[in-house]
Ligand binder design. Structure first.
Ligand code: PBG
Length: 335
């Protein structure tokens, strides 16, 4: 469908539609709503309620009790889903990531605690081994290589344990091949017919994950994640990854990081008729915070501009560390 050419000047004066706030709002093509936001939070098992994360200004690691409070607050703000990430003590991590499948581990514990007191907020859990391995990789390392199929079997178990503790959405972020199918089959076989899968389908090997690794306590990642996360130069490959995950049973897909991959968000959302999410990741958050701290950009305007960019590119929703701030302050008078 081609649209007619605009009238020539002065029949058309595009500035007419921009002359005042009311008309700009009237004709806005995209809007941000609190329901678009998924709020990622970090949980730890220390005695302190909150512990600041150096590289993520304004984001704290929370105790389980504090996370329950935040869940209630999020619910009152209209946020629909929390994404939960663990920070484990050093001595619990090992090469085989055994803590990832512990039914009494940190994430199952916090899922149960939140579901007991704030049952109507959706809980999204990451499925990947990096918070649980002592080397910081998302998969199992054998002779210096990340092994796919053995990792997938761990992920299946990790997903099951988390779902049985109350998680509503499992979000495999590991980029192993074939994991969506195996997780979906296992969920169906165990009667978890309603569990949602949001696949981190197009996830790129990115420099912008730095602060997240600090947040979950990965000290020194051995090597990089380039044998499983995607190469930043690729675009068609993202469509193949997404297509595979949909065929394997994903209900929703995600593109990650956000802003450097807006073209991918747009292609994915145009090509596939499935809910498409985007993750504004830790490094993207940290850059805005750092520049705003120096007075180089206006914090709130920069935040809204990036979130609207995701909507414009076609995202159904956004995972962002700004979720609470946006819900509390920026959405009061609309967008
Ligand atoms: C890994 C995982 C990562 C993030 C979420 N899950 C990082 C990585 O792949 O190294 C990143 C989130 C962020 O940077 O905000 N399972």
């Amino acid at each position: 469908m081609s649209s007619p050419l605009p009238a020539p000047f002065p029949l058309a004066r595009p500035r007419r539609l921009r002359q005042s706030p009311w008309v700009r709002e009237l004709v806005a093509e995209n809007r941000l709503h609190v329901s678009d936001l998924i709020w990622p939070i970090f949980i730890h098992d220390r005695d302190v309620a909150r512990e600041p994360i150096g590289s993520l200004v304004g984001v704290d690691r929370l105790s389980v009790a504090e996370a329950v409070k935040e869940a209630k607050l999020a619910k009152n703000l209209g946020i629909k889903v929390l994404a939960l990430f663990p920070h484990l003590r050093e001595d619990i991590r090992n090469a085989d990531a055994t803590a990832a499948i512990d039914p009494n581990g940190l994430i199952p514990t916090v899922c149960r605690a939140i579901k007991a007191e704030a049952p109507d907020i959706g809980l999204l859990v990451d499925v990947a081994l990096d918070p649980y391995t002592d080397h910081g990789h998302d998969g199992l390392l054998r002779e210096g290589r990340i092994v796919n199929d053995a990792t997938v079997e761990m992920l299946v178990e990790q997903a099951r344990v988390q779902v049985e503790a109350g998680a509503d959405i499992v979000a495999p972020s590991d980029m192993m091949d074939g994991r969506i199918l195996r997780i979906r089959q296992a969920l169906e076989a165990n009667g978890h017919h309603d569990t949602l899968i949001m696949s981190y389908a197009a996830k790129y090997a990115s420099a912008f994950y730095g602060p997240y690794r600090d947040a979950i306590g990965v000290k020194a990642l051995k090597g990089d994640k380039k044998t499983y996360q995607m190469d930043s130069s690729n675009s068609d490959e993202a469509l193949r990854e997404v297509a595979m995950d949909i065929q394997e049973g994903a209900d929703m897909v995600m593109v990650k990081p956000g802003l450097p991959y807006l073209d991918i968000v747009q292609r994915v959302s145009e090509t596939f008729q499935v809910p498409t999410f985007v993750y504004q990741i830790s490094g993207e958050y940290a850059m805005i915070k750092a520049a705003a701290e120096r007075g180089w950009v206006d914090h709130d305007r920069a935040v809204m501009e990036t979130l609207l960019a995701f909507k414009r590119a076609g995202a159904t929703g956004i995972l962002t560390y700004f979720a609470r701030h946006v819900a509390e302050t920026l959405l009061e008078g609309g967008r």
